[in-house]
Design a protein around this ligand. Structure first.
Ligand code: XMP
Length: 555
């Protein structure tokens, strides 16, 4: 049944609003697929809900807020209050987005954000949404404002500007602009091209035409800090120290007396997951390390060694390489590879679980970007990029129940938790390695022969990057075996062999990445060594694509 509730803005609702209002769309929705963190309000003491209008920067806003020790989650723009309430929102941030508020079906904010009196900060499109919904006017600009601008304040005492100079550099990226303020709002700052670049009312609603979350707005963090602590009254309790006991208590509550198996990969995510679960339920946990035949050179041995030296937890080694490689035969489509690997992992765990005292739970180190990029229910306005094997690649009808204590954390937060748990730097600082392993770096069909070639190239890349002291400065460095062959000349002979690519990126959270400007000498050494030491490769190329538009992995 449709329950039409009044749209609670400061002006009379018109039939026009009723048609376009996101609020009414939500009011008619019986069941949303979105669920917030899953933690109860007592567990998330204070949160900021980031209403997502499809900006590439939405996750960046979440990161910036969390860097200020306040928990935040990106939620779909049509989320209902009940779905967001578990994070105990002390404030709401409306993200930017590609739409124009007057587009047919343009996403708008849900009515509860206005009804609940919670502080609101609208960023770019989010400011335009505020203006539109609260009775002001947004119009297309003759000139799109993109890039650096200088923001000048009109007022001296606005809380959103505390600790800032009266003029600051900011980053703009918008076409539409605010032509008329909503009733009760004042223009607080302007730029050359935007007479209303910041607006605010007398209570707790603010709009910024610029992006405080990007690094091109150097004082953006202070603006967000002002919003969180001066306007929302947050306390800044989101720290790894606080996270650890909460996570342990939650795992205990979820698992009870059940047996848990934990998929260990050797990386920081699964090591932190295993340690948390071990602290929560002790010997009810068994860790499994699966060799899927898609690991790097000597990786299986190294992981077992590191694990045994550093973590006092039982580790079961399962060699399932034949199983994986058989299923991957003839498969060339990247998504199909990912799905097969995800499914096979679960089947291996299920077999192990039956042998291991009928384990009921599977703990895995899924992290927030995996969730966002696999477009699960938690991020329904984001477009699916890849099926991360531990999120979207799970088979239907899986018997094991998932324990994912890191599902809402970014990588650097996980590293912080790892430090609090006392894990060694060799685990905490290891570069990420994807669950589907080398299968998504061998382009085309995965064969044993191609895997061997890639392993040899990859070893050289890592070896040289470590020798140049660059390993810890870069997010990831690895080799890719392309599906191409090229003609070369070695000695006096013609060769026709594989083309290998080098990938090296810097990144904060893998959601965006920049290709690394590796020194030419390092590139030269890698290239030389590969063509000399790996006889099946006669050409090496360097990938100079950032993310976006590329992704970090090639498949
Ligand atoms: P992309 O290629 O999507 O990768 O830019 C982003 C980050 O995620 C890693 N990655 C994965 N990690 N399971 C994982 O555990 C996966 O299926 C997966 N796919 C990509 C990738 O290495 C990079 O750090």
């Amino acid at each position: 049944m449709t329950t039409k509730q009044p749209f609670s803005s400061r002006r009379t609702t018109t039939s026009d609003d009723l048609e376009v209002s996101g609020y009414l769309e939500i009011a008619t929705e019986k069941e949303s697929h979105y669920t917030a963190t899953g933690q109860t309000p007592q567990e998330v003491q204070e949160g900021i809900a980031i209403i997502d209008f499809g900006s590439q920067y939405s996750h960046l806003i979440a990161r910036r807020v969390r860097e200020l020790n306040v928990y935040s989650e990106v939620v779909p723009h049509n989320s209902r209050w009940q779905e967001v309430a578990p994070i105990n929102p002390k404030g709401v941030i409306l993200s930017g987005g590609p739409a124009s508020v007057y587009d047919t079906g343009a996403p708008l904010a849900p009515g509860w954000i206005y009804e609940r009196g919670i502080p609101i900060l609208g960023i770019c499109y989010g400011m335009q949404v505020l203006t539109h919904q609260l009775g002001g006017r947004v119009t297309p600009s003759l000139k799109r404002e993109f890039g650096h601008a200088v923001l000048n304040q009109n007022v001296t005492n606005a809380p959103i500007f505390a600790n800032l100079n009266s003029s600051i550099p900011v980053w703009m990226s918008h076409g539409d602009h605010i032509e008329q303020l909503p009733p009760g709002f004042k223009a607080l700052a302007y730029t050359d091209n935007s007479p209303i670049a910041v607006m605010g009312n007398d209570t707790n609603i603010f709009g910024l035409q610029f992006h405080p979350e990007v690094s091109h707005t150097p004082q953006g963090k202070t603006v967000l800090e002002n919003f969180l602590f001066r306007i929302c009254g947050c306390n800044g309790t989101w720290t790894p120290q606080n996270f650890v006991p909460t996570a342990i208590a939650q795992i205990k509550a979820q698992v009870g007396n059940g047996q848990v198996i934990c998929a260990l990969s050797g990386g920081v995510d699964s090591a932190v997951t295993a340690t948390l679960v071990h602290r929560a339920v002790g010997s009810q946990l068994t860790c499994i390390f699966v060799n899927n035949g898609l690991l790097r050179l000597e990786e299986a041995e190294r992981v077992q060694d590191t694990f045994q030296r550093n973590l006092n937890i039982d580790l079961l080694y399962v060699d399932a390489s034949e199983r994986f490689l058989t299923r991957l035969k003839t498969i060339v489509d990247p998504e199909e590879k990912r799905k097969i690997i995800g499914e096979e992992f679960i089947r291996v765990f299920e077999d192990a679980a039956t042998e291991l005292r009928d384990a009921e739970f599977l703990a895995q180190g899924t992290l927030y970007p995996d969730v966002i990029e696999s477009k699960t229910s938690e991020s329904s306005s984001a477009v699916k990029i890849k099926t991360h094997h531990n999120v979207g690649g799970l088979p239907k009808g899986m018997k094991l129940k998932l324990v994912e204590p890191l599902r809402h954390l970014f990588k650097d937060e996980i590293r912080g938790v790892g430090e609090v748990l006392g894990l060694p730097p060799e685990i905490i600082l290891r570069q990420p390695f994807p669950g589907p392993g080398l299968a998504i770096r061998v382009l085309g069909e995965v064969t044993k022969e191609k895997l061997e070639i890639l392993r040899a190239c990859d070893w050289i890349v890592i070896d040289e990057i470590k020798a140049a002291n660059l390993y810890h400065q870069l997010w990831q460095t690895f080799a890719v075996l392309t599906d191409a062959k090229s003609v070369g000349v070695m000695g006096d002979n013609r060769t026709y062999r594989h083309v290998a690519a080098i990938r090296a990126v810097s990144s904060e959270d893998a959601m965006t990445a920049d290709w690394a400007r590796l020194p030419y000498e390092v590139l030269a050494r890698i290239s030389n060594r590969i063509v000399n030491e790996v006889s099946e490769v006669n050409r090496v190329v360097y990938d100079i694509t950032s993310k976006p538009p590329g992704t970090i992995e090639w498949e």
